[in-house]
Write a protein that binds this ligand. Structure first.
Ligand code: SAH
Length: 397
């Protein structure tokens, strides 16, 4: 018998809209105390079935909905079906023509709360962030192995979100061959060396793939500043497309060293690639004080606002770097600016950049709006899955 969770009157609406999260405040009572990670039945205040949902003791999101049909219980076969559907979506988007490495499963957006699976060549890095996902690890791994031709699945569950779920860090092989730490990722006509075990995220920022391609048309014969460069994701296409020079700035020493490796790997002119290990905020100020000017500046910072609570501080951070960057641009220059903070939506981000332009006394127009690549799909029921926002702006004067 499933344990049952009843919602307060009126709180069933988001479940009817198939939003995957239910917060603790929406719950009126529990029938039986569910275990952490256990699948429960969620009912409205009148006792009507709403969803099968994974229960969490610790998180403020105490229920993560799995299925919305009484007859469809989220078992092993259902997990397999989710993995198949996720695979079909990516086939429809032709992802494997762009790269040998992409996101196979994107958590709630693919119907599997807390499950991130990234494919790197024939290896998969799995990152689990909910107790339900942890408990179903074997079935998830088996489904991935069956659906894709992969040699091994390795776990790197090290995200901060796990702490909110009362989970520790977990890493190590799950099934198949243990992948080599280093692999060569291909993306369009570029290659990157990736460290699967020690790199940031699951090794690489797969979500920026299409945007790295998009900047190519703006860089020819330009002086480019790539801020928050990591291992040179944007540096490589900029040099490929004929930038005069690219300066890559990142606070991680390993990352900036890897920039030059990746420039060499792509047989590009290393003398055009400069790297700086340091804080972007200070570097931009230093360049302003020195009177340096650039033709194209990329700002791809880490998440300043993981949650809405840090929104104000994050907004200041975004405004600061965008203001400095706009000032450093020559007239006719291009700003490629991103936010990957879930708490900052597209409208707010545009407002922040607009305020920055105003303070910089610059006349700036948007040429293109950018988003995460299609292997990080945005579920219409789950707007939170749209996290990466980008603008390509033109500085008129
Ligand atoms: N554009 C990259 C991904 C950037 S991720 C790509 O395409 O691969 C964000 C990067 O910002 C990380 O590499 C992190 O090391 C770096 N970072 C974080 N805070 C920083 C700071 N204050 N100054 C410089 N780099 C920072």
């Amino acid at each position: 018998m499933n344990k049952v969770v009843y919602l307060k009157s009126g709180r069933e609406r988001s479940v009817h809209h198939r939003h995957p999260w239910i917060f603790r405040g929406a719950v009126s009572r529990l029938e039986g105390q569910p275990e952490n990670g256990e699948v429960v039945e969620v009912r409205d205040s009148k006792g009507e079935f709403l969803a099968y949902s994974a229960y969490s003791h610790y998180s403020s999101i105490c229920l993560r909905n799995l299925t919305y049909t009484k007859e469809i219980y989220p078992d092993r076969d259902w997990i397999y079906d989710r993995v198949v559907k996720a695979c079909q979506l990516r086939k429809a988007a032709d992802i494997d023509r762009e790269t040998n490495s992409w996101r196979l499963l994107f958590g709630e957006a693919d119907g599997l709360p807390g499950v991130i699976a990234d494919r790197y060549g024939d290896a998969v890095i799995l990152q689990l962030s909910t107790t339900w996902a942890d408990q179903n690890k074997a079935d998830i791994a088996a489904a991935i192995t069956e659906v894709y031709n992969v040699s091994g699945i390795y776990e790197r569950s090290d995200s901060d979100i796990r702490r909110l779920e009362g989970l520790g860090i977990a890493s190590g092989p799950i099934t198949g061959k243990v992948p080599a730490d280093q692999m060569i990722l291909t993306e369009y006509d570029r290659k990157y060396q990736v460290n699967l075990f020690s790199g940031q995220k699951s090794g690489f920022y797969l979500d920026q793939r299409v945007n790295r391609e998009k900047i190519k048309k703006y860089v020819s014969q330009r002086r480019v500043l790539n801020c928050f460069s990591y291992t040179g994701g944007f540096t490589v296409p900029a040099l490929q497309a004929g930038a005069d020079e690219v300066t890559s700035v990142d606070i991680s020493e390993d990352a900036v060293l890897a920039v030059q490796e990746n420039v060499r790997l792509n047989h590009l002119d290393i003398s055009r690639s400069h790297v700086v290990c340091g804080d972007v905020f200070s570097y931009l100020r230093l360049m302003r004080d020195k009177g340096e000017k650039y033709d194209l500046i990329i700002l791809d910072p880490p998440k300043f606002a993981p949650t809405v609570a840090q929104l104000e501080k994050a907004s200041r951070g975004y405004k600061d770097i965008n203001l400095l960057a706009i000032k450093l641009l020559n007239p006719g220059g291009i700003l490629v600016t991103f936010s990957c903070s879930g708490g900052v939506d597209a409208a707010l981000f545009q407002k922040i950049v607009s305020d920055a332009a105003l303070d910089a006394q610059a006349n700036v127009s948007i040429l293109e709006t950018l988003r995460q690549a299609a292997d990080h799909p945005v579920s219409l029921c789950f707007p939170e899955s749209s996290y990466l926002k980008g603008l390509i702006c033109y500085k008129i004067e």
